[in-house]
Design a protein around this ligand. Structure first.
Ligand SMILES: O=C(COP(=O)(O)O)NO
Length: 249
């Protein structure tokens, strides 16, 4: 099954107007593999700038989070319709940094469903802590997160979901998962989809790896059967992001 390679750039709470424009200019001018789907996720306040600045045909803009409420008295939140209104068609949900801030599996699933119902595509994140991995609970944790998602989404919703497996112990630490560690969990996620959703969802859903991905380690990871791309943090702010985008060549 040929799944289109996908690379997301999660800029997190970084950057200025000028630095975001400079990163996007570099992407617009770079020789990007045309067979790769690229999504960049700057802070909310820079989304309009990013939407206006992107000219590369295979690059889209995502929010890093979204409310599951339609609109109204939710100070500090951003709604699905507001993102659509400014030309944003993607959002990340369930990043471990949001889950650490208190978002439950159910809330993440509700955000994901609301985003899809409102016309967005979603990069849905999952992953275990170091303690959970050391306790041998990695797959159990990820399956619990998947089960919460599958409670709220169904049918064609899955066509709008890209899954990102991001072991918390690898995020921002420089301790990238080994190819074996990453492939093992990606295969478990695909098996869970096959068992609990359908063969077509299992075959078609892109499963990204995230956690200390760099230009140095991306090629070996990209060779793994069930790794369909990356969700990149720190390295997405650097010129090496282009090498990561082109890592499947
Ligand atoms: O959080 C991450 C990964 O961050 P790093 O690449 O900096 O480990 N992606 O969403």
């Amino acid at each position: 099954m040929a799944r289109k390679f996908f690379v997301g750039g999660n800029f997190k709470m970084n950057g200025t107007k000028e630095s975001i424009k400079s990163i996007i200019k570099n992407l617009n001018e770079a020789k990007l593999d045309p067979n790769v789907e690229v999504v960049i996720a700057p802070s909310h306040i820079f989304l309009p700038i990013a939407v206006d600045a992107v000219t590369a045909s295979n690059v889209a803009v995502a929010a890093q989070n979204v409310s599951n409420k339609p609109n109204g008295a939710h100070t500090g939140e951003v709604s699905v319709s507001q993102l659509k209104d400014i030309g944003v068609n993607w959002t990340i949900t369930g990043h471990s940094e949001r889950r650490a801030a208190g978002e439950s599996d159910e809330e993440v699933a509700l955000k994901t469903k609301a985003a899809i119902d409102g016309g967005l595509s979603v990069i849905w994140c999952c992953g275990e802590s170091l303690e959970e991995r050391e306790a041998g609970k990695t797959v159990e944790v990820v399956e619990k997160q998947l089960a919460a998602l599958a409670e709220k989404v169904s049918g064609d919703d899955w066509k709008k979901i890209v899954i990102a497996y991001e072991p918390i112990w690898a995020i921002g630490t420089g301790k990238v998962a080994t190819t074996e560690q990453a492939q093992e969990v990606h295969a478990a996620i695909r098996k869970w989809l096959r068992t609990n959703v359908s063969d077509s969802v299992a075959d078609e859903t892109r499963i990204l790896y995230g956690g200390s991905v760099t230009a140095k380690n991306c090629k070996d990871l990209a060779k793994q059967e069930d790794i369909d791309g990356f969700l990149v943090g720190g390295a997405s702010l650097k010129p090496e992001f282009v090498d990561i985008i082109n890592s499947n060549q």
